[in-house]
Design a protein around this ligand. Structure first.
Ligand code: LMG
Ligand code: NDP
Ligand code: PMR
Length: 401
């Protein structure tokens, strides 16, 4: 593809895997690359092909210059204020593949945005950005592992050190463990899906509120949390078992650790598909609770969305091969819910930057003509009391209260 060619035509000249700050370690892990190759090669989209082509044609130890955050001011050019241009700054978590990468690409190409790619795999993110041809000075990769609260805090420190005033935060990263028989855990001992998709983002968004609202004289400050149709039981997709259901949040209140409490929010046995859908309900509730708590006071816009079924992304990397083969045609020809990564990226980019999509508290969706509309959430995903309870428990779990 042209993207891949563009990326490959400007090979870097030296191998500089700088350790820019203590928060960033660009280490080379062959197994990570193999995993990457397998997962992205399955996708049929241009973006996926660009990334996989780039990865398979590059040597394993690729010349990557880790452009993490600003180096300490005393060792390099002064970097406390990088705002040498009029670009706005957006942080996108999980920008190393799928929807996050596609969105980063659209915003970077617009020339109006500097994208901070908040990613757990530094080299993968850097390579992905190059593979899709994001202009060199349009992005910065900063390490962030959402499955570790310490890493999230470290990330926030690094963002602050970079000196870029923050306009928009996009909470996009997610893991989906549909085939796991046993639960997996975050560094802090929470079940991995809810721990990463909800609690990691909950801490991140809370901490960054301070930075976003301190930017003055700008009406385009937003916090966006990616939701999904599968968490909404008012849809067909949301009724495919196992269904999302948070119940009275007893498992979450107990810490989701599988020792003192269940690993499932509602209690009971581990179910990876359900945990993912539950985490999406948490994402949508959190967006609304943030809207209620902060919108009037700060002017920040809060939004969630269902971008369409992007059946080719890495989200399904752990699903059975049969599923991964059948799912895209099923969505394309039967449900007609399929969208390409590129189209989904345009949609999320609209929620980031379109001046007409600045209403707060909205869950956006798109119709078959790709026109956006305010969609309705399920009863549970719009339950204000549950949102408040979820907020209070989550605050305790991430040590904010
Ligand atoms: C659960 O199983 C697992 O238990 C859980 O562990 C986790 O993996 C979870 O979400 C992930 O999946 C769910 C799945 C197993 O089973 C089902 O989806 C059963 C659904 C029951 C509800 C039935 C609804 C009606 C179905 C009608 C058929 C569809 C056509 C109508 C659509 C109309 C819409 C307007 O699934 C698997 O993991 C097995 C792997 C195969 C997955 C296949 C999914 C894609 C299907 C592609 C089929 C292609 C064509 C078939 C269509 C038939 C046409 C009539
Ligand atoms: P991908 O797997 O392609 O992207 C997920 C991203 O999250 C990857 O960049 C991944 O990093 C990153 N990530 C995972 N775990 C962590 C972690 N611990 N710390 C930091 N980053 C992490 O999936 P999608 O693009 O499909 O998913 C993006 C969002 O879209 C998710 O919120 C998902 O719920 C949502 N969504 C997806 C739909 C779909 O049909 N695909 C439909 C509706 C919503 P890495 O590259 O290192 O693996
Ligand atoms: Mg679903 C009717 C429309 C529709 C839509 C828009 C989706 C989206 N799905 C629909 C229908 C169905 N799905 C039907 C009828 C079935 C039964 C055959 C079905 C099955 C199914 C499975 C097994 N669908 C799935 C799975 C998954 O493993 C995915 C999932 O639940 O991940 C949590 C998934 C999805 N279907 C979607 C979307 C968007 C997903 C994936 C991801 C997500 O919600 O983030």
């Amino acid at each position: 593809s042209t993207c891949a060619v563009a990326a490959l035509s400007s090979p870097p000249t030296s191998f500089t895997s700088e350790r820019v700050t203590s928060g960033i370690t660009a280490s080379v892990q062959p197994s990570a690359f193999l995993g990457t190759k397998i997962s992205v090669c399955k996708g049929a989209s241009v973006l996926s092909r660009a990334v996989s082509a780039s990865i398979s044609r590059q040597p394993l130890v690729a010349p990557i210059r880790a452009q993490g955050v600003a180096a300490p001011a005393d060792t390099k050019a002064p970097t406390t204020t990088k705002k040498t241009d009029t670009k706005s700054t957006v942080i996108i978590t999980g920008a190393s593949s799928g929807l996050g990468l596609a969105t980063a690409k659209v915003l970077a190409d617009s020339g109006e945005w500097h994208v901070i790619m908040a990613c757990r795999d530094f080299l993968k993110a850097e390579r992905a950005a190059r593979a899709v041809g994001m202009p060199k000075d349009s992005y910065t990769v900063i390490h962030c592992d959402l499955s570790s609260l310490n890493s999230v805090k470290q990330f926030v420190d690094n963002v602050r050190q970079s000196g870029r005033p923050l306009d928009v935060l996009v909470c996009n990263a997610a893991v989906y463990l549909p085939t796991a028989k046993e639960p997996r855990y975050t560094a802090d001992g929470f079940e991995l899906s809810v721990g990463t998709n909800h609690l990691g983002h909950f801490l991140l968004a809370n901490m960054l509120m301070e930075d976003i609202q301190h930017k003055e004289n700008d009406t385009n400050r937003r916090v966006i949390i990616v939701g999904s149709i599968t968490g909404n039981t008012n849809t067909i997709a949301g009724n495919v078992p196992p269904k999302a259901n948070l119940g009275d949040l007893r498992g979450l209140a107990g810490g989701l650790d599988g020792v003192r409490s269940s690993v499932m929010i509602v209690g009971g046995e581990f179910d990876g598909a359900k945990a993912y859908k539950d985490s999406k309900v948490c994402n949508m509730l959190t967006m609304q609770e943030m809207h209620r708590r902060f919108h009037e006071k700060t002017g920040v816009t809060f939004a969630s969305l269902y971008p369409g079924c992007i059946a080719t992304t890495g989200l399904f990397r752990e699903h059975y091969q049969l599923f991964r083969t059948l799912f895209p045609p099923f969505q394309k020809y039967i449900t007609k819910g399929y969208v390409s990564e590129e189209e989904a990226g345009k949609r999320l980019a609209q929620v980031v930057s379109d001046p007409t999509l600045n209403k707060s508290g909205v869950y956006w969706s798109w119709n078959n003509q790709s026109n956006s509309f305010e969609n309705e959430l399920s009863q549970e995903a719009s339950d204000a009391e549950k949102a408040k309870k979820l907020w209070e428990i989550s605050e305790k779990l991430v040590n904010l209260s």
